[in-house]
Ligand binder design. Sequence first.
Ligand SMILES: NC(=O)N[C@@H](CC(=O)O)C(=O)O
Ligand SMILES: [Zn+2]
Ligand SMILES: [Zn+2]
Length: 344
Amino acid sequence: METQAITIRRPDDWHVHLRDGDMLRAVAPYTARRFARAIVMPNLVPPVTSVAAAEAYRDRIVAALPEGTAFQPLMTCYLTDDADPEEVARGFEAGVWAACKLYPAGATTNSASGVTDVRNIRPVLERMQRIGMPLLVHGEVTDPAVDVFDREAVFIERVGAGLVRDFPELKIVMEHITTADAAEFVAAGGPLLGATITPQHLHLNRNALFAGGLRPHAYCLPVVKRERHRLAVRAAAVSGSPKFFLGTDSAPHAVEAKESGCGCAGIFNAPFALESYLQVFEEEGAIDRFEAFASENGARFYGLPLNQGTVTLAREAVDVPERVAGVVPFHAGERLAWRVVETD
Ligand SMILES: NC(=O)N[C@@H](CC(=O)O)C(=O)O
Ligand SMILES: [Zn+2]
Ligand SMILES: [Zn+2]
C-alpha cells in the first residue's frame, strides 16, 4: 500500500541564506519552523569575515525569531584573499564558526570579496585541516571564457581535484551540486568529501529557465543544467550514500530584484522545502532513504549530534502561494503532494 505519512527525525538545512534586516525577519521563521539547525551563509554586504561580525549576525538571527524558537544558526566565515588563519581558528575553537565558505570572487551573489586564487588561502586551509574545520565550496570557475553551464565541471578539474589532493584530511563540502560531474567527483572521493543538494536541482532542468518565456524565478547559481545532470543529481540524493545531504540554498531576493533586466540569482525555497524534497524521494521510490538525507548524513559529516525532535509529513495536497513573506517561493502556484502536519 502507498505510504500515507512519514515521520522523520527533525532535519537540518546545511546551506541557507537568511539575509539581514527586514528580509531576515521575514524569511528566517520559515527555516526555523522546520529545521533544528542551519548552516548560515556569510555573503552579506559587507561579508561576515570576523568572529565579532559572526556573533553579531547570530544574535540578529535569534532576535528575528519568535520567542522560544528552538533553532540553532551555525555560522560560517566568508574567506577572502587575506583571511587570517588565526582569526579563523579562534572563531572555530570558540564555537562561533562551524565552517568556512569559499566563494571564487565574482562567482555568485555578493561574492565580489571572495577568493581570486585558492593559492592565496593555503595557510588558512592548512590550519582548517589541522583543526577539523570544514570547507564549504561554491564550486564554479569565473573565467569568462568558460560556458556558464560548464563552470561547475571545470571548477572540479581546475580547483576541486587539487584541493582534495593537497588537503587529504580537510573536510570539504561541494555545495549545491548540479552536474553528473560533481556527483561522480564526490562519490569517488573519501569520506571527508561531501555535497549538499537543493530541491530546485532535483526538480528543474535548464528548460525551466525558458518555459514559455524567460523565467527569473527558476534562476539560481549554479544555474540548472541539462536533464541528464538533473537525473544524476537525483540519483546521488536518493542513493543512500552518506556523502549527500540536504542543503536548500534558499536564497530570497525581492520580487523587483528577480523580475528585472538583470535579475538576481537565487530561489527562495525555505517555506516548502521538505515537501519538495519528499516528492522527489517518492518519485524515485526511495521514501525510506529520505530521513538519512534530511536528518542524519549532514550531522554525521559535521560531527554533530543528531536532533531529538521529529517532523511528520502526510500525503495531503498543499497549494504553494504566489507570495510568501512578500517573496516568490519555489513552486509558486503549484500543488505539492505532501504536507507537514506535525513538528515536535
Ligand atoms: N544560489 C544562488 O543563486 N544565490 C545565492 C548565492 C549562492 O549560493 O551561490 C544568493 O546569495 O543569492
Ligand atoms: Zn553558492
Ligand atoms: Zn547559497
